[in-house]
Ligand binder design. Structure first.
Ligand SMILES: Cc1cc2nc3c(=O)[nH]c(=O)nc-3n(C[C@H](O)[C@H](O)[C@H](O)COP(=O)(O)O)c2cc1C
Length: 335
């Protein structure tokens, strides 16, 4: 009997596939379906700092955003009262999901600035969430802000949310740091129980007819996994926090690679949106088949086996790889 169980944020999970935050996890019907399809946990779609500020009418001025610009900036946002059920509806979703499914329910808070809104984490805990995923989605456009200040701000935010709850807190990270390995360690030291690697940043597109900047969302491709594997493999063994891969997990092979890099769980959204929730069942079947053929008994057994610490050539994750990759390209057409 193949053992697919894992632990994530100290929670026992029946399988290493987690449905990451998306509108798919916004309805109870889907959350139950995801549990039946075999996923180990669900992350609810994010509740935004802007929604919570709006709710409390408390606007903290901070490093990233002056309070006077906040009201103005809200004009550009979708209707934040009703987005993702709104703050009260969100707590209700947590309560109901907690009653109806036995897999862990992880709530998601999306913010950038330490402020009064982070107290909402306490309400999320009271509503019954098993953990919180903190999505720090900051795009620093001000050229006067230093990277070190951004890093400090991230850690302050983690400490603030942690101070409000006793449930575990994972941080969904950006990969845009000069030294991500060190950032991972800083977040770990700030108390993050998990690092979710990585946030997918959505760049706006240009409409060249109307000369407008337009939002653009494309689902992920499996190639996006490589960036995540790279950094999980590097972080493994350096941080106490559990590691989760998000971005480009579509198949059983992608889940296997994530585990071998050192992740506790592999998160999925695009593949489930594209193929339907039952895709998770197929991936789990493929996973078991592969493990039987390759004589693995458990997911735990393979965890970290391809991390930088475990492989025979650790330079494969470093600068040496760059030179090897470039020199491996064979030019066939010279024009
Ligand atoms: C339509 C859509 C909505 C999403 N909403 C959220 C969200 O509310 N909060 C969040 O942290 N991530 C959100 N994500 C990002 C996903 O959780 C996930 O990290 C990302 O899609 C990469 O994983 P994938 O390759 O499996 O799709 C969303 C993604 C999509 C496609």
């Amino acid at each position: 009997m193949i053992d697919l169980t894992t632990t994530y944020l100290g929670l026992p999970l029946k399988s290493p596939i987690v449905a990451s935050a998306s509108p798919l996890c916004e309805s109870l019907v889907n959350i139950r379906h995801l549990e039946d399809a075999g996923v180990g946990a669900v992350v609810l779609p994010s509740l935004f700092e802007e929604q919570l500020d709006l709710e409390s009418q408390r606007v903290d001025s901070d490093l990233f955003r002056g309070s006077e610009s906040f009201a103005e900036s809200l004009d550009y946002l979708p209707d934040m009262h009703t987005y993702n059920l709104g703050a009260d509806g969100y707590l209700e979703l947590i309560r109901k999901a907690r009653q109806r499914v036995s897999i862990p329910v992880i709530a998601s808070l999306n913010g950038v600035s330490p402020g009064g809104w982070a107290r909402y984490a306490g309400l999320i805990e009271q509503a019954g969430a098993d953990a919180i995923e903190l999505n720090i989605y900051a795009i620093i456009t001000d050229p006067n802000i230093l990277g070190a200040d951004v890093e400090r701000n991230y850690c302050d935010l983690v400490r603030q949310v942690k101070a409000n709850v006793s449930i575990p807190v994972a941080v969904k990270c950006s990969h845009s740091f000069s030294a991500f390995a060190n950032m991972g360690k800083q977040l770990d030291a700030a108390g993050a129980n998990g690092l979710v690697v990585f946030n997918r940043f959505y760049q706006p597109d240009f409409d060249i007819e109307s000369l407008e900047v337009v939002p653009s969302l494309t689902l992920s491709r499996p190639q996006e996994l490589l960036l995540r594997l790279h950094w999980v493999a590097i972080l493994y063994g350096w941080v106490r926090a559990d590691l989760a891969v998000t971005g480009g997990v579509h198949s059983a092979q992608d889940v296997l690679k994530s585990m071998m890099a050192g992740a506790n769980v592999a998160m999925m959204t695009s593949a489930l949106l594209q193929n339907g929730i039952d895709h998770a069942t197929l991936v789990l079947k493929d996973l078991v088949c592969w493990m039987e053929v390759h004589e693995y008994e458990s997911i735990r057994q393979m965890r970290g086996s391809m991390s930088q610490r475990s492989v025979s050539d650790p330079t494969a994750f470093e600068r040496g790889n760059y030179m090897r990759v470039l020199s491996s390209y064979v030019v066939r057409h010279t024009g």
